[in-house]
Design a protein around this ligand. Structure first.
Ligand SMILES: [Fe+2]
Ligand SMILES: [Fe+2]
Length: 266
């Protein structure tokens, strides 16, 4: 079920929880950044597109949106992308050259409606300037989050996500242990390459986020997180490369799951 809440006076979160059998809940967030040129950050899951549009309409008239910031092209981020483009002919998509290329394999973006921004570059959207950021952890090569230079909020895409047993509206409500375990686990699931990275290089990447001193971190897969918790998020991620690599259930595990789904737990 898609719902919404305020993360800040000018930022709404559109969220739904995806249950991963046996593992927990992963929140899937999109954001409306309100300003003189409103920005929608990602567009929900493909399966929940209809509900997403209903909740979006309760937050903002899609005709008032000026930009979609597409952090990457995974199915939990592109759900209502083309419907929004069809409804609002003035809407433009901020992405990368690679993002356009990947979308071209299934649902091409009209090239006259994209605006390419590479990590480190800025784009001015009305009364605010956004700086594109390549987050330290990602699951898709076109991933680009951003730092809003006006509010100081970091939109981190999949980075800092966590598998949780319950999903509150603020990460401050999650106890230290659950947040750390949930984050580390998600990182091993979503970014298995983390186990192969040079630890010093990874620490420098994390330090780049530390130096930004975000006032809030808005991950696609974690409740809104106050900036005061940045160090906690960073230290969880720092532990991920040495955590046990994730290996999904095998065929016997799947058959057990199917049995439980039809007969209930034994
Ligand atoms: Fe992703
Ligand atoms: Fe995602």
């Amino acid at each position: 079920m898609v719902s919404s809440y305020h993360a800040a006076p000018d930022i709404d979160v559109l969220t739904s929880n995806v249950a991963i059998p046996g593992l927990g809940l992963i929140p899937v967030n999109a954001f409306v950044l309100k300003g003189s040129e409103p920005v929608l950050v990602d567009t929900g899951t493909v399966v929940d597109s209809e509900q997403f549009m209903t909740v979006l309409r309760s937050v903002i008239d899609p005709a008032d949106l000026k930009w979609i910031w597409l952090t990457h092209t995974d199915f939990d981020h592109i759900g209502s992308l083309h419907q929004l483009l069809a409804e609002n002919p003035h809407l433009r998509v901020i992405t990368t050259f690679l993002g356009v290329g990947i979308m071209g394999l299934s649902a091409p973006l009209p090239l006259d409606r994209v605006h390419l921004v590479n990590p480190g570059a800025n784009i001015t959207v009305g009364d605010r300037t956004l700086t594109a950021v390549k987050p330290p952890v990602f699951d898709n090569p076109c991933t680009t989050g951003f730092h809003d230079n006006t509010s100081g909020v970091l939109f981190s895409s999949d980075c800092f996500g966590a598998l949780l047993s319950a999903v509150p509206e603020s990460a401050a409500e999650i106890c230290d242990e659950d947040l750390r375990d949930g984050q580390v686990f998600w990182a091993t699931v979503d970014s298995p390459w983390l186990h192969k990275v040079d630890r010093g290089e990874f620490a420098r990447e994390l330090d780049g986020i530390r130096k930004m001193e975000p006032t809030m971190i808005l991950s696609s897969h974690l409740p809104a997180t106050p900036g005061a918790m940045t160090e906690r998020l960073l230290s969880s991620l720092a532990a991920a490369p040495t955590a046990r690599p994730f290996l999904g259930p095998d065929q016997a595990g799947l058959e057990q799951m199917l049995k439980e789904m039809t007969a209930g737990p034994q």
